[in-house]
Design a protein around this ligand. Structure first.
Ligand code: ADP
Ligand code: MG
Length: 640
């Protein structure tokens, strides 16, 4: 049984209706230890032959046997496995990972070694063998052609595959370097099958053990040469062979599958990180774009998103107050304080508000003037009036105790104008007894007062007694009271129906909402386009690298995972920016005043959305990338 056998192999290229014969009727057998030189005119089919052997090109006719197994039925995954198992490929245009160091290039090919220390040790050994130790940390792009080709050879050795294919490996080198490279190839592939395509037969004549000439897609001659055939050493024990076969046949148990998963993620992490830092400028740029994007989303949400939410809040024009009943005399006359209190007592009200105009004007703008010792600072806040509530321990002062005292519940941003040493002068004679700050500045400020303060403030505002409110324990008690009060000849209703929605008011709210939404969505769309563009560009820039990684036989799933990891890593600055903003808002009152605060959940939502978005973009780009054939990408690269 031959190690590699080609039987009547034919390959036809069909492109845009044109049919070109790549190779036809090729018969040949190859053994380990051979050094086969292939020559022929340009376009005669040498590369095609090599590509077919490497499994990078399919063939339409004949059969390729590897260790006696036919391959014509192979699907892509099987070819990948085949390449991983058997093939190392060396091209004229080097195909090393330009942005990786020599060490990284070789380490990538040693992915099958689990222990990273051992991996490095092996890599150093191989680099030494090809004489590149002094250039260990040099990036591929900084190497000379000969050094690049040496790196590629070290990489091929790292893979330790039984077949090394070289397509004009010295095509871009001067004759001196070419000789060195050929000698090196011969030296390192003693027990392997080495097939070298060359247009310069002189260079290999000394070393080759066999010479195949191709003419017009077919084998013209196939001759033994003077080079010494070195019989392969028995490197594999019988055990190892069966182990390998079992792996190939899929006879692996759960444990090894899990182990493989872990290894593939670990390798993907190593590769992802290497890809990330292989292009530092691009990575920094990506990080900045992600910061811009996440801050953009943050600002967009803080400004227009908040406007939108506010509009929605306002659209429920009437604010519900549990257990409140509004009463008014039916004949348009005025109540007296006494009659109101009487109604309250008769219907079991918890609290009586003799004049509820403050309640009706809640969420109107109230100015607090604060005196900081030298001058006044005016700060307007929209307040909800609250009768009694527990805000926890006050940040400043105490809860209202006396007539005329109020308690403020304010956004943190107000802290810059109101502090411990400030004297307050608030709405007509009331004094501030205490303050509690909250962090979420989308909430409306609240002003809490005792019933007495309330009445005195209303008195000050000189409102008439045409309407009053009775507060009950809960809504159902309030509803019962409404029945009673109506039967006594009063206008009475629970709060849900006391105020009619005004069509203009609604229209205004609607317009605010539509405008805010429009701006909000526009902002998001622009950011999405930006991230889309940059993600696309950044992944496309890895096109040659990915093709090389694949041609090296690094499993597709490892490469794919590493791309995801790389993209996700670039998001870290953006996520950090949002976290920093969040902390700043909570710590610096000025920031809190400037931006509408989003809740933690909303921040998480932004981050998750960003992650999901970048993930989907990456997936799409990766799909595009992997839909192209390796050979096409590599050749595309060579054409440039
Ligand atoms: P060589 O390597 O000996 O110069 P190739 O194997 O590259 O020759 O090409 C053999 C023949 O196949 C040529 O006629 C070439 O035009 C054709 N060919 C090679 N690749 C393609 C392709 N991707 N599409 C169409 N024709 C191709
Ligand atoms: Mg060629």
């Amino acid at each position: 049984m031959a190690f590699l056998e080609l039987k009547n192999i034919g390959k036809i290229y069909v492109s845009e209706g044109n049919v070109a014969v790549g190779i036809r009727g090729v018969n040949a057998t190859f053994e380990k230890g051979e050094f086969v030189a292939i020559t022929g005119a340009s376009g005669s089919g040498k590369s095609t032959l090599l590509n077919v052997i490497s499994g990078m090109d399919s063939y339409e006719e004949g059969e390729l046997y590897i260790e006696g197994h036919p391959t014509s039925h192979y699907v892509q995954a099987e070819w990948e496995e085949y390449r991983k198992e058997y093939i190392s490929f060396i091209f004229a245009d080097y195909n090393i990972l330009e942005s990786f160091t020599v060490l990284q290039n070789v380490e990538m090919a040693l992915m099958h070694i689990d222990d990273t220390k051992e991996r490095k040790r092996r890599a150093l050994e191989l680099i030494d063998r090809v004489g590149l130790t002094p250039w260990l940390k040099h990036k591929g792009s900084k190497l000379s052609g000969g050094q690049k080709q040496r790196t590629v050879i070290a990489r091929a050795l790292a893979k330790d595959s039984p077949i090394i294919l070289a397509d004009e490996p010295t095509g871009n080198l001067d004759s001196e370097t070419s000789k060195e490279i050929i000698a090196l190839l011969k030296e390192v592939s003693q027990d392997k099958l080495l097939i070298v395509v060359t247009h310069n037969f002189d260079q290999v004549e000394q070393q080759a053990t066999r010479h195949i000439r191709i003419f017009d897609g077919a084998v013209e001659s196939d001759k033994e040469m003077g080079g010494e055939v070195i019989a392969p050493a028995m490197s594999e024990t019988e055990n190892e062979v069966t182990e390998k076969k079992e792996l190939l046949l899929g006879h692996e148990d759960r444990k090894t599958r899990l182990g493989k998963m872990r290894t593939s993620w670990k390798n993907a992490c190593i590769l992802g990180k290497a890809l990330l830092w292989s292009k530092p400028k691009l990575t920094i740029f990506l990080g900045i774009v992600m910061i811009v994007a996440s801050l953009g989303i943050f600002l967009d949400c803080a400004m227009y998103g908040a406007n939108m939410m506010e509009a929605v809040q306002k659209s429920t024009v009437f604010r519900k107050m549990d257990g409140r009943v509004v009463i008014a005399p039916q004949d348009g006359t005025e109540f007296t304080e006494k009659t109101i209190k009487q109604w309250g007592e008769e219907t079991g009200a918890k609290k009586v508000i003799t004049n509820d105009s403050l309640l009706e004007t809640t969420q109107s703008y109230i100015y607090i003037s604060t005196y900081n010792g030298s001058d006044y600072d005016d700060q307007g806040y929209e307040f909800i009036v609250v009768m009694d509530k527990d805000y926890g321990t006050p940040d400043v002062g105490h809860y209202p105790e006396k007539r005329g005292e109020v308690f403020l519940y304010l956004p943190l941003g107000a802290k810059t104008v109101i502090n411990k040493n400030t004297e307050y002068d608030i709405i007509a004679g009331a004094t501030v007894a205490g303050v509690k700050y909250f962090v979420d500045n989308r909430k409306t400020a609240e002003i809490m007062m005792t019933g007495e303060t309330y009445d005195s403030l209303c008195g000050y505002m000189n409102e008439s007694y045409k309407q009053a409110s009775l507060i009950y324990e809960n809504d159902s008690e309030a509803k019962a009271a409404v029945e009673v009060l109506r039967s006594k000849g009063l206008y009475a209703s629970t709060t849900e129906v006391t105020r009619q929605r005004d069509i203009w008011e609604l229209l205004e709210v609607l317009m605010t909402f539509v405008f805010a939404m429009f701006t909000f969505v526009l902002g998001i769309i622009m950011l999405v386009l930006l991230v889309n563009l940059i993600t696309k560009k950044s992944i496309r820039s890895l096109r040659p690298d990915v093709a090389i990684l694949r041609s090296m036989g690094i499993p597709t799933d490892v490469v794919k995972k590493s791309m995801y990891i790389r993209m996700m890593l670039t998001l870290i600055p953006g996520v950090l920016a949002i976290i920093v903003m969040q902390i700043l808002m909570a710590v610096v009152p000025r920031m809190n005043r400037m931006f509408t605060f989003l809740t933690l959940g909303q921040y998480l939502l932004i981050i998750v959305a960003l992650l999901a978005f970048v993930f989907l973009l990456t997936r799409k780009q990766i799909q595009n990338l992997f839909d192209e054939s390796v050979r096409k990408t590599l050749r595309g690269g060579a054409d440039k």
